[in-house]
Design a protein around this ligand. Structure first.
Ligand code: HEC
Ligand code: HEC
Ligand code: HEC
Ligand code: HEC
Ligand code: HEC
Ligand code: HEC
Ligand code: HEC
Ligand code: HEC
Length: 245
């Protein structure tokens, strides 16, 4: 085929495909939702769509009385403020507990979630842990040795993002969380071979560094990142708590 025919073919093909895309989207938009005629990017090309959108935009947005949209500024308002709007369909009890995350208390659901659609799971505006670094100092999580896999699972394996009754909003006691991935370190045998068959405690005694707290895996290893290998808090792995070894 001569070059000119190829170019002509490509040109027509592009035109037809674009027109098809445009028409098919508009026939959907016009028949199902008049708002989408102008706000077509709300859910287009997104992996996950909020099921609430199926009930219509008016489930959450209403036009101010006597104001025409979009002719007038501020012609659209939310039916209820956040977080009440979300609690109309999502059980408020799931966002209550002794330890509530500050943005949840403030009703800032939309700092983490897009109300319409998203390419991330659970309508998140970005993936964890980047999402969390919007407010939490990245430096503490990016020291020389990073616990990468655990950080990418921060809310799936370790923390509830909204609220619960546990310290740090952990999903389970610390040691149980850690051994789901580290079966081989389930006992104190991994710490050191000690005289007389003594097995080093990992719970049930108080943490010498934080006497009000019980000792856990996190008494010796930083769960996020560390300047020292094996995520130790300090260079001397025993010196943190013992004088002589
Ligand atoms: C004729 C086109 C058109 C239609 C139809 C339309 N909008 Fe809009 N909408 C606009 C424009 C233009 C803006 C202003 C955009 C901007 O400021 O970035 C806007 C802004 C908005 C805003 C933001 C308002 C604000 O003050 O922050 C919301 C919410 C909104 N529209 C919802 C809706 C809903 C819900 C519908 C259907 C009931 C709808 N729109 C129908 C054109 C339209
Ligand atoms: C589940 C409730 C809910 C539904 C359903 C919903 N929205 Fe929204 N929308 C919101 C919230 C919450 C905001 C954010 C307001 C803010 O950030 O201050 C918002 C913001 C907007 C904005 C302005 C900011 C932006 O993202 O561009 C537009 C435009 C908009 N919505 C249009 C629509 C349209 C069109 C539909 C229907 C296809 C729709 N919304 C359905 C809750 C909803
Ligand atoms: C009109 C009802 C309705 C409202 C209002 C509503 N949602 Fe939803 N939402 C749903 C339904 C239905 C689902 C799917 C079932 C479920 O996960 O509960 C859902 C699912 C979700 C999901 C999980 C999505 C997924 O992929 O699993 C998130 C996150 C979410 N909503 C956030 C919000 C936020 C934030 C608000 C307030 C701005 C809100 N919703 C308001 C009906 C609603
Ligand atoms: C700090 C970020 C953050 C804030 C603020 C936040 N969420 Fe979430 N939300 C998440 C994360 C992360 C998940 C995913 C949790 C999971 O998969 O276990 C989630 C999941 C959800 C789900 C889906 C739950 C399920 O079991 O599928 C809903 C619904 C939801 N959030 C609603 C809200 C509402 C309503 C608010 C405001 C009161 C809110 N979120 C505030 C981060 C946040
Ligand atoms: C909008 C800002 C914001 C975002 C985004 C955010 N946080 Fe927070 N977070 C805070 C604030 C403020 C505090 C301190 C007050 C408190 O405990 O609620 C906090 C505290 C915490 C705590 C300590 C709780 C305690 O009891 O000491 C944990 C754990 C936590 N956040 C995890 C996360 C995770 C995981 C994410 C990402 C999914 C995240 N945060 C995203 C603002 C945020
Ligand atoms: C989701 C699975 C997962 C969870 C939960 C988890 N880890 Fe890890 N951990 C890993 C993986 C995978 C590695 C190796 C790669 C890396 O560093 O990310 C690792 C590495 C480590 C290392 C460093 C090993 C070395 O050779 O340097 C230590 C120490 C550690 N984890 C301790 C813990 C502690 C303590 C907890 C609980 C607070 C925990 N882990 C929870 C998956 C996990
Ligand atoms: C009293 C301090 C202490 C406690 C508590 C502790 N560890 Fe360790 N951990 C160590 C020491 C010391 C080593 C290094 C052993 C060596 O390489 O000589 C280590 C090594 C590791 C390693 C790296 C193993 C490898 O292959 O190099 C992982 C993973 C680990 N611990 C996970 C855990 C988990 C999970 C818990 C809780 C169930 C835990 N640790 C509790 C001191 C501790
Ligand atoms: C986070 C603090 C911590 C670290 C780090 C730590 N230990 Fe311990 N160790 C303890 C606690 C707590 C006990 C229990 C004391 C008790 O039962 O009264 C203990 C008990 C012991 C005992 C029993 C005798 C004694 O002195 O009480 C030996 C031996 C021991 N540890 C060796 C080690 C060695 C070797 C390391 C380094 C590989 C190490 N420990 C790291 C906190 C720690």
């Amino acid at each position: 085929m001569p070059i000119r025919s190829i170019i002509k073919f490509l040109f027509i093909a592009t035109f037809v495909l674009t027109a098809f895309d445009f028409l098919s989207f508009h026939s959907f938009a016009a028949s199902e939702n008049r708002c989408l005629v102008c706000h077509m990017n709300i859910e287009k090309n997104k992996k996950n769509i909020h099921p609430a959108l199926k009930k219509g935009c008016e489930t959450c947005h209403v036009t101010e009385k006597d104001l025409e949209h979009p002719k007038h500024n501020k012609s659209m308002k939310l039916l209820y403020d956040l977080p009440e709007l979300c609690y109309k369909c999502h059980k408020e009890a799931n966002f209550k507990g002794k330890r509530r995350h500050s943005p949840v208390v403030k009703g800032q659901c939309n700092i983490c979630h897009n109300s319409h659609s998203s390419d991330s799971v659970k309508l998140l505006v970005s993936d964890a842990p980047e999402l969390c670094y919007k407010c939490h100092d990245k430096k503490k999580f990016e020291r020389k040795y990073v616990h990468t896999v655990a950080l990418h699972n921060c809310f799936r394996r370790c923390h509830n993002p909204h609220a619960n009754d546990n310290p740090f909003r952990l999903l389970m006691p610390v040691n149980e969380i850690c051994v789901t991935c580290h079966r081989n370190q389930e006992t104190g045998n991994h710490i050191a071979t000690l005289p007389g068959g003594y097995i080093h405690p990992m719970s049930g005694v108080s943490d010498p560094k934080k006497p009000s707290k019980e000792m856990t895996c996190a008494s010796c290893h930083n769960p996020h990142s560390s300047s020292f290998a094996k995520l130790f808090y300090s260079k001397g792995k025993c010196k943190r708590c013992h004088k002589y070894y």
